[in-house]
Design a protein around this ligand. Structure first.
Ligand code: FMN
Length: 141
């Protein structure tokens, strides 16, 4: 069964990146870092899932999506083949919790598959792995 790759962005604090690495280690799923310009400029060759943190709160322009995520989504092919979104956030940000994942889901019509705080717990990684495995199975059918 093909496994859907996860494309992620993580800032210097690398909380989202740690979650992505744990997901890859645990499941062998391919994860790609959108901080890498070669990745960001490329196109996926099939369905993919986005994993993004939110930096909406306190942002004067209220820009929802991190710039590398926006850059990757500029490709119509990448926009078309996006199948779901995973969010990393922090509940301290109140109404802005998971703003990036939730606003992109609303704009794109793709579901938020899973949300966690910071770099997630081992249970979060396990739960997310199950959700992605179910997605793989659904896409294979
Ligand atoms: C300046 C700043 C703004 C943030 N804004 C939000 C926000 O609007 N919503 C949210 O859920 N989390 C927000 N967070 C929390 C981050 O999304 C969260 O810590 C995430 O795990 C960071 O991932 P990263 O280390 O991979 O960049 C913010 C964090 C910072 C430092």
């Amino acid at each position: 069964m093909a496994s859907v790759p996860v494309y992620y962005f993580s800032s210097v604090s690398n909380l989202t990146g740690r979650f992505a690495e744990h997901l890859a280690e645990r499941t062998g799923r391919a994860v790609f870092n959108l901080a890498d310009s070669a990745v960001r400029r490329g196109e996926t060759d099939g369905p993919w899932v986005l994993l993004t943190p939110s930096y909406k709160a306190g942002n004067a322009d209220e820009v929802t999506l991190p710039a590398p995520v926006k850059a990757f989504l500029r490709s119509p092919a990448n926009r078309r083949s996006l199948v779901g979104i995973i969010g990393s956030g922090n509940r301290n940000f109140g109404e802005y919790y998971q703003a990036a994942a939730r606003e992109l889901a609303a704009a794109s019509g793709r579901p938020v598959l899973f949300e966690f705080e910071l770099s997630g717990t081992p249970e979060d990684v396990a739960r997310c792995a199950e959700i992605l495995a179910a997605l793989d199975a659904a896409l294979t059918r």
